[in-house]
Design a protein around this ligand. Structure first.
Ligand code: AMP
Length: 308
């Protein structure tokens, strides 16, 4: 079943210890859409400026992403600059130029309105609510946000949290949102506010999925090469929700597999700059990485302790 994503489309300037890229394709909706496109049909809603290269549009279309909701306006595309050292979990934002994104008003095309799965990437919570008003009772809704909205628009964020099924954020955001340093307690509090499921991304250290009854944690897979972690969080969300949308399965087992597919797409994303890795993955490469996570986390219990 198809999935609708609404969020940023960007031109990124990125520096890592392994090189740099200027005006590379990026943005939360782009990373999400590319990752999810390996599982299901993706419909994208976002805005770009008149400077956005047509080659980037072609690249998204080549992955089968439906671009009927892509608005092009006069002016500059949203751009973001980021710099990483050897600690990939700590990145420095060099600049954020909103450009066309500053006045973004998501307009969901008529034929997207019945999309059964919806991902609201990191935008103003009022715009996220506005998207929910435009779509017709999706079966599954998920949301990302960031510290900026947690600090500046807490009431609006709480209002949108009441209306979604899944919140996907990183660990510092979860702690900040809940006002609670202990992740397990923070998760319990957030789950009281509406979402059925909270997915906490921990960058290189993996991810934890909380429901009111269960916790599932996956460690970070030590990679041979991390080149550029930009977009890993959104690629995680794309893999996670792409799997759930494709299968329609929300059993506890499916949520665990979704967490592994999220980790799989997030980790693959880091192996090249920008979206380079995500544009031409072979399905087998995705399955191989999934199996690596299985081997990484599998163990048997074999009691050996002496009786007291
Ligand atoms: P991630 O590494 O998953 O957090 O995603 C990084 C992507 O998010 C980059 O491609 C940026 O262009 C985009 N991005 C950075 N800041 C913002 C923001 N304030 N709003 C929306 N997207 C952003």
């Amino acid at each position: 079943m198809s999935i609708l994503v609404v969020g940023s489309i960007a031109l990124d300037d990125v520096e890592t210890p392994f090189g740099s890229r200027k005006r590379a394709l990026g943005g939360a909706a782009v990373y999400f859409g590319l990752a999810a496109s390996y599982f299901t049909e993706v419909r994208l809603v976002g805005v770009v400026g008149s400077d956005f290269p047509s080659s980037h549009v072609d690249l998204l279309a080549a992955r089968g992403i439906d671009l009927a909701g892509l608005q092009t306006v006069e002016g500059e595309t949203f751009s973001w600059g980021g710099k990483y050292g050897y600690d990939f979990n700590a990145r420095e934002t060099l600049y954020t130029h909103l450009g066309a994104f500053a006045d973004f008003q998501p307009a969901i095309p008529e034929r997207f309105r019945k999309t059964p799965n919806v991902f609201l990437a990191n935008i103003h919570p009022n715009l996220q609510l506005d998207v929910l008003e435009q779509v017709e009772r999706p079966a599954l809704t998920a949301l990302d946000t960031m510290n900026y909205w947690i600090e500046r628009t807490p009431a609006e964020l709480r209002a949108v949290l009441e209306r979604i099924d899944i919140l996907i954020i990183n660990d510092s955001e979860a702690r900040q949102l809940a006002g609670e340093p202990m992740l397990r307690k923070a998760a319990a509090r957030i789950l009281e506010w509406g979402p059925e499921l909270l997915v906490v991304k921990k960058g290189e250290d993996g991810a934890v999925t909380f429901t009111r009854e269960s916790i599932f944690a996956v460690p970070g897979l030590p990679l041979d090469s991390i080149v550029d972690p930009t977009g890993a969080g959104d690629s995680f969300a794309g893999g996670f929700l792409g799997y759930l949308a494709a299968t329609g399965d929300r059993s506890p087992e499916a949520l665990r597999r979704a967490t592994i597919y999220g980790s799989t797409l997030g980790s693959l994303c880091c192996e090249a700059f920008s979206t380079e890795k995500l544009t031409d993955l072979e399905p087998q490469e995705i399955e191989d990485r999934f199996q690596e996570y299985k081997r990484l986390t599998h163990f048997e219990h074999s009691p050996f302790l002496l009786d007291a």
